[in-house]
Design a protein around this ligand. Structure first.
Ligand code: UD1
Ligand code: UDP
Length: 366
């Protein structure tokens, strides 16, 4: 019996690991799949709600590291995870995404000689001022199996000299979660309970340090959303980083009755709001992909994206951080000038199946 340990820490990680845990159940005689939660995200609305809604079992290990500077958070995860790995001696660890929990776990396992599988490998924004870009590059270098969600990832890994036999194009595992829950997402009543009309509102999320850690940038962003709220209701579930900064800077959020701020929402309600939105305005990574899958218009308020397929093939538009331009493109979309999109290759709900097949095969040969 082989032992595989998935390590998760932040909201998008939970969504990526849920389908994998289900797919491993088919192999329960060959593989014991365990989950370690680092505690990077810890609020119920950022963590336990996803375990409940996505049918994830309670984590087998909880490191409880919480927040901190990059060095402090990464170091705490490394120290705590090392103890778990020493006792458990897994045959492989799996890390999704690009958060500090991903990097810290990959570093510890690589020094202990434990094989590493990285889900969402190869994505690059080519912007090393983003902490996620450092996390991606380092994690990929030390990983043994690199599971890639879009073609750009294959090119990037080749360009960095990664051997071909470590790279696997498997599609996008976030879409597995979305496909699996599609019916309950479609029938969730959140749109009407919030007093909204389908295709007549905007959904917004912001949490990138570049947009929300600076007083003026965040104030300008709120003003931009206020101007959009004059055209359509804007629903803005506020990430804890953004919430904390709004409080620290003392910003007024009661700017317009149609600018509706909420706590971070659970997966089903949030995806239901996304499904029926006329437009999504965001700086999230995962939301660029989900809107492309759903065919919903998306404006990404960033200078770059590590997910170019959402621009080349999908409904996403990368508009930069000039908020006048954001407003202009948003108004064009609201007036019907929308961007057509397709679903990228292998975003088909079967990514977890492909990944588990490859891992089981890899472990059998070891
Ligand atoms: C992290 C990831 C980012 C990812 C995002 C997903 C890194 C470097 N960043 O950013 O790539 O896009 O998660 O949401 O790993 N906080 C709470 N409650 C929580 C979690 C956070 O109050 O449950 C607050 C803390 O004050 C903390 C701040 O939010 O200081 C930021 O949390 P942190 O995990 O460091 O980074 P995120 O901005 O969430
Ligand atoms: N999400 C959610 N509730 C919210 C905001 C986001 O369930 O209030 C989901 C979103 O649909 C996506 C994931 O969380 O599946 C993305 O997380 P986030 O934007 O925090 O991280 P990123 O993808 O930018 O790393």
């Amino acid at each position: 019996m082989k032992k595989v340990l998935s390590i998760v820490g932040a909201r998008p990680n939970f969504i990526k690991i849920a389908p994998l845990d289900k797919a491993f159940r088919k192999y329960r005689k060959e593989v014991k799949h365990l989950i370690c939660h680092t505690g990077q995200h810890f609020d119920n609305a950022m963590s336990s709600v996803f375990f409940e809604e996505l049918g994830l079992p309670k984590p087998d290990f909880y490191l409880g590291v919480g927040s901190g500077s990059h060095a402090a958070q990464t170091a705490k995860i490394m120290l705590e995870l090392e103890k778990v790995l020493e006792i458990e001696q897994p045959d492989m660890i799996i890390v999704p995404g690009d958060v500090n929990s991903t990097l810290a776990s990959a570093l510890v396992a690589s020094k202990m000689g434990i094989p590493i599988a990285h889900i969402e490998a190869g994505l690059r924004s080519f912007d090393r001022t983003m902490p996620e870009e450092i996390n991606r590059i380092v994690t990929d270098v030390v990983s043994d199996l690199l599971f890639v969600s879009e073609h750009s990832g294959i090119r990037n890994l080749r360009d960095e000299g990664i051997e071909e036999n470590r790279i696997y194009f498997v599609g996008n595992i976030m879409i597995d979660s979305l496909e699996e829950h599609y019916e309950i997402i479609e029938s969730n009543p959140v749109v009407s309970t919030m007093g909204l009309e389908r295709d007549q509102y905007i959904l917004a999320t912001f949490h990138r340090p570049n947009n929300v850690d600076d007083n003026k940038s965040l104030a300008d962003l709120l003003k931009c959303l206020t101007r959009l709220a004059e055209k359509r209701p804007v629903v803005f579930p506020v990430h804890p980083r953004t919430r904390n900064n709004i409080q620290t800077f003392g910003l007024n959020v009661n700017l317009h009755p149609n600018l509706i701020l909420t706590e971070p929402l659970g997966y089903i309600e949030f995806l239901s709001l996304m499904r029926y939105a006329e437009l999504v305005v965001t700086d999230s990574g995962g939301i660029q992909e989900e809107t492309t899958y759903l065919g919903v218009q998306c404006i990404t308020v960033r200078k770059n994206t590590e997910r170019p397929v959402t621009i080349d093939v999908g409904t996403n538009q990368l508009v930069g951080t000039d908020l006048e331009r954001v407003e202009k493109v948003a108004l064009e979309i609201l007036s019907g000038n929308t961007k057509a999109g397709r679903i990228p290759e292998l975003w088909d709900g079967k990514t977890a199946k492909r990944i588990t097949e490859i891992i089981v095969d890899y472990l059998a040969k070891k």
